[in-house]
Ligand binder design. Sequence first.
Ligand code: 13P
Length: 251
Amino acid sequence: MRRKLAAGNWKMNGGNAELDDLRTIGERHSAAAVDILICPPFTLIAAAAQIAGSISIGGQNCHAAASGAHTGDISAQMLADVGASAVILGHSERREDYSETSDEVRAKAHAAHAAGLIAIICVGENLAQREAQNTLDIIGGQLATSVPDIANGENTVIAYEPCWAIGTGLTPTTDQIGGVHDFIRARLEKRLGTGAGRSIRLLYGGSVKAGNAAEIFAVSNVDGALVGGASLKANDFSPIISALEVSANAS
Ligand code: 13P
């Protein structure tokens, strides 16, 4: 059984004041039947880890090297050192803003694993690729190159985030989400074997909110969500966590 995961990506949002929302989530969901992870900006990770309670804390990126002359960068080891247990890698905003390639994402995933972090590897098509019916080719290619051979359910999570659904209020149909998640599962099982391939959790991300969470969580091979905007406020994220708990208890 894969334990479900509600993950929040705060992106470049939040200061010390917003740690109150994290504290509230921790208090409200202290005995949750699902895993909860919040990935605040680098500046808040150490403080967040101090108050997180049963919530896990993660980064939103790391460098592929363990240390060295890389001004402005943060290594996976540094994230682990201040209390992170996971790191988001290959988010579409990084693939787009920094031209990150799947080869770089795989190198970062190796660094994350070496530091003992869970690598949350993001894949997803853009609107033109979706409209050209290239979605599965794009996802298949990103998976093949971004995911390391040693990936398993302990060290890796895959997040399917269609670029056109991020921050737009648009979401794929549940059939579209299910189609991609089933495809990812099949690819992982074929490549990594059924043991590892079946144990890796698959998150959906892109405009998840309280109003659509339950129907998304009912889709096959959806093991949770990677939530952007609706993870910033406790009152928005909390119902999403609760919906995931309901789905965990039902399965
Ligand atoms: P939104 O939930 O704001 O659409 O963002 C999704 C996302 O990019 C999470 O990584």
